[in-house]
Design a protein around this ligand. Sequence first.
Ligand code: MN
Length: 279
Amino acid sequence: MLIGCLRGRPVAVDDGTAYDLSDLLGEPRAAPGAGRMLQMAQDWPRLQVALAPGGLGDLPVVEGAPGGGWDPPMPRPPKVVGAALNYRAHAEEMRAGPTVESGGLFLKASSSVVGPGATVLLPFADRRTDQEAELGVVIGRTARGVAAADALDHVLGYTCLLDISLRGEGDRSIRKSFDTFTPLGPFVATPETVGDPGALHLRCWVGDELRQDAPTSELLRSVPELIAEISAAMTLEPGDVIATGTPAGVGPLAPGDRIVVEIERVGRLEVGVEAGYQR
Ligand code: MN
C-alpha cells in the first residue's frame, strides 16, 4: 500500500486504485493540506488497523488518480533528521574518512520539503550544489530511547528523498535547508509493502547519467540503528522524516537538469532543477 497526498487529501493507493482517507481521519485538527498528512501520521496506530487487508474496500475511491497533482507525502514534517556519511564509498568521496564514528546527525528545515515534479532552485551561480539520493523513513509512532530491535515498530513507511546540499563554507544544516532542498515522494510505501529497508536498491539519474547505484545493505548505520541513535538524543514524533544518508556518486547540479530517484518497492521521484539566483 502507498500513502500519498493528492491536492491536500490523504489517499491510500492499492493495486492502482486510490482511496480517500479523509472520512477515516475525521474532522481536521489542523489546516487542510500539510496538516492533514501530519494528522494521518499522528493517527497511524489507529489507521494501520483500519487499513489492514480488506479495510480499504469501504473507502471512497478517488477517480482519475493516480496521475499528477501529488503533494509531498509529508509536506511539513515536524523535523527532518539527516544521517551524515552513512555509506562507506560516499564517506571516502567526501574525504572524511570511512569510519562509522565520522557519521553523525544533522537537522534540515521542514520548509525545504517539496513534492514530486517540483523544481529544485539553486541558490548560487558560483557555488556547487549536489544531489544526494536517499531512502527516507517516515515515523508513525512516537519513539524515545527505543532499542534497535524495536525501532521498526515506529515506522509509518519509506519514501524517496533528495538531500540537496550546498557544498563549501557554512553550517551543514543551513547548507541543506534552502527552500526546495528536500524533495520527497511521491508516496510513503508502508512496511508490509517494502519489507526489509536494508534490502532495497537505490538508483539516481541526473539527466541520462546514472550517478548513484547502491544497495541499502551498504548503509553503515541501518535504519533500526539510526532510529535508536536519533531517539536516544531527541524524541521522534509522528510525521518526522529521517534522511538515511547517500551512497557514492553525488555531483553538481545545473539549471535544466532532471533528477530521478528510484528505490525498489518504494517508488520513483522526479524533480527539475533551475537557477534560483538572479541571472
Ligand atoms: Mn545526505
